[in-house]
Design a protein. Structure first.
Length: 152
């Protein structure tokens, strides 16, 4: 007895199916590119607070190491800060910056936090915020300790 001829199975995809998949991928990539990079206000605020806290801690360490006073200048109007002999760093344009006493007044709108060779500081509090996220960077005057915390 003779068996009927076997039909070839249709494995793989047709050209039309591949074209549809490529078109869908193209639309999705176009949407992502048009939207731009993903920004998080909370992460941006946290990064700015971390950069400022690091600059303050480095200034304290330099003051102790060099046995000389080191100053960090913060300009809340122009949204910049810098330590002695350090680069000027910028906050995001959308970020609110406020420097509270006992930070020392400096030239123009600048506020100063000074670290002494014994590790103490003039003290002060810096408030950073963007959107609903608010952070407080405090510098204790007696110990020069720098802390970052959520602001009320």
């Amino acid at each position: 007895m003779r068996q009927p001829p076997k039909r070839r199975s249709d494995d793989g995809f047709t050209l039309m199916e591949l074209m549809v998949v490529l078109a869908i991928m193209g639309v999705l990539i176009g949407i992502l590119v048009a939207r731009g990079p993903v920004h998080s206000v909370g992460l941006q605020t946290r990064a700015a607070a971390g950069a400022l806290a690091q600059a303050l801690r480095a200034a304290r360490a330099q003051a102790i190491d060099r046995s000389e006073t080191v100053t960090v200048a913060i300009d809340p109007v122009h949204r910049v800060f810098a330590a002695d002999r350090g680069p000027v760093q910028h906050f995001a344009a959308s970020m609110d910056v406020a420097v509270l006493p006992p930070a020392l007044p400096g030239p123009n709108d600048t506020r100063l936090i000074r670290f002494s060779p014994d590790g103490s500081a003039s003290g002060g509090e810096i408030l950073l915020g963007a959107g609903k996220r608010r952070l407080s960077i405090t510098v204790e005057w007696l110990t020069g300790r720098v802390q970052v915390a959520d602001a009320p």
